[in-house]
Ligand binder design. Structure first.
Ligand code: ADP
Ligand code: MG
Ligand code: MG
Ligand code: MG
Length: 402
């Protein structure tokens, strides 16, 4: 019985659930189901009616993280994910899956099946190109970040949103894994043996860098600026040539707007590091690295252009029109973007949650060189964040680290 008490579903349960609890399939449907989750925290069931060629995704929050049962997580994150997807669907139409329903007892939601898209990380590791991506994602970022801020939203309404998206446990994961553990010899870290010396020397022994990480941690916890996705890496993006869909916003909460942008940029840099050390043919490699450089540059510059335009058209806050305020505000977002790009670059090398872009580099020396580039660039992004503003500035940091 799905209406009484929460339990974690298996495939057959998801079929029964789809039949009895979701008004989606036809009477004569013949349903099959596969659990396709590859994430760490949740179960993702794809339920298909082959007869009528219809399908649906049911995502259920599990009681513990698959990655480690040290993380016990409130299943309330599925409410957060369902509600923010609904809101983002309004703010940035076409850029998130449609949510059909949310079930607070089973802690699951039913949503649009996006199987005709590909996970962006997987596609980038196959060296696919998506020329429309910067245009798509910059619209998503401006619409979800600026349009949820006090610049646009009436302030009492914004405070109600802050409250609606209080997400203490998932924030704690970020506070630990991104802002704390990478900066000391934490037992939970998982450092590739060949990178260990470099981590000790250039990260843990750099007192100034460690101090900056502390400042950034407190900014993350205490700056309720925009409704963030909170986990915007390339594994949270479904993509195809003409379409970009952002999924998996269960870490959503009100935080610094630059968090999402910086997270994304770091993950594009991981794809760059992978390409640099795995594409053997020089011409193919140069071409693909150029594509990624252009992508990173365009994401930053298009974000800036669209942010300025949306501010001029949509700001409701009285002081938003003061001379210089928009420029000041955007500067702080770009500064935070650079800092978070740096933090994400460090934590995926040092911390326990890895990215395939680095771990699949088979040659030992190549992996060490790739990781050193990420660490060196990450450090520069954090220390020099005040002066990194344009797409070209971001690229310069990467190229100086090579
Ligand atoms: P987690 O929070 O556990 O990381 P995700 O939401 O990232 O879960 O989903 C895990 C995987 O399930 C995705 O990488 C994707 O392969 C698949 N998936 C998730 N949502 C959808 C969807 N709407 N359509 C098709 N596949 C999906
Ligand atoms: Mg995920
Ligand atoms: Mg995933
Ligand atoms: Mg997730």
């Amino acid at each position: 019985d799905f209406t009484l008490e929460y339990f974690t579903m298996i495939e057959q349960d998801a079929v029964d659930y789809a039949k009895t609890r979701i008004d989606f399939f036809q009477e004569d449907a013949v349903l099959t189901c596969k659990e396709i989750g590859d994430g760490n925290l949740n179960y993702v069931f794809k339920v298909v009616d082959e007869k009528n060629n219809k399908s649906i995704i049911i995502k259920q929050a599990g009681p513990v993280a698959r990655i480690s049962d040290e993380f016990k997580l409130s299943t309330d994150r599925n409410r957060i994910e369902s509600e923010i997807l609904g809101l983002q669907h309004k703010l940035a139409p076409g850029y998130v899956p449609e949510v059909y329903q949310y079930d607070p007892i089973m802690n699951c939601c039913a949503m649009e099946d996006l199987s005709n898209h590909e996970i962006m990380r997987t596609a980038l590791l196959k060296h696919e190109k998506f020329p429309l991506f910067p245009d798509h994602i910059s619209t998503f970022l401006v619409n979800t970040l600026l349009l949820t801020s006090d610049v646009v939203v009436e302030h009492k309404e914004k405070k109600a949103l802050v409250k609606q998206f209080i997400n203490p446990e998932l924030c704690e994961i970020t506070e630990d894994l991104v802002y704390t553990e990478p900066f000391y010899d934490c037992p939970r870290n998982e450092i590739f043996e060949g990178s260990m010396e470099f981590v000790k020397e250039t990260i843990w022994n750099d007192k100034k860098l460690v101090l900056e990480s502390a400042k950034l941690k407190f900014e993350f916890m205490n700056h309720a600026q925009s409704l963030l996705h909170g986990d915007l890496h390339t594994g949270s993006i479904f993509i195809k040539e003409d379409s970009t869909k952002v999924i998996d916003p269960e870490f959503a909460f009100y935080g610094p707007a630059g968090y999402d942008i910086g997270n994304l940029i770091a993950n594009l840099i991981f794809a760059y590091a992978n390409g640099k050390f795995t594409i053997e043919d020089e011409e193919t490699r140069d071409d693909y690295l150029n594509y990624l450089v252009t992508t990173i540059k365009d994401v930053v510059n298009l974000f800036t252009d669209k942010f300025n335009k949306a501010w001029d058209e949509k700001a409701t806050e009285q002081v938003a029109g003061y001379d210089g305020f928009k420029e000041y505000y955007l500067d702080t977002i770009l500064r935070d973007t650079a800092a978070v790009a740096g933090l994400e670059l460090l934590r995926r090398v040092i911390g326990l949650a890895k990215v395939k872009d680095l771990t699949t580099i088979e040659d030992r020396e190549a992996r060490i060189r790739a990781e050193k580039i990420c660490l060196a660039a990450g450090k520069t992004f954090i220390l020099n964040r005040e002066s990194i503003k344009t797409g070209a500035d971001f690229i310069h940091v990467i190229q100086s680290a090579e």
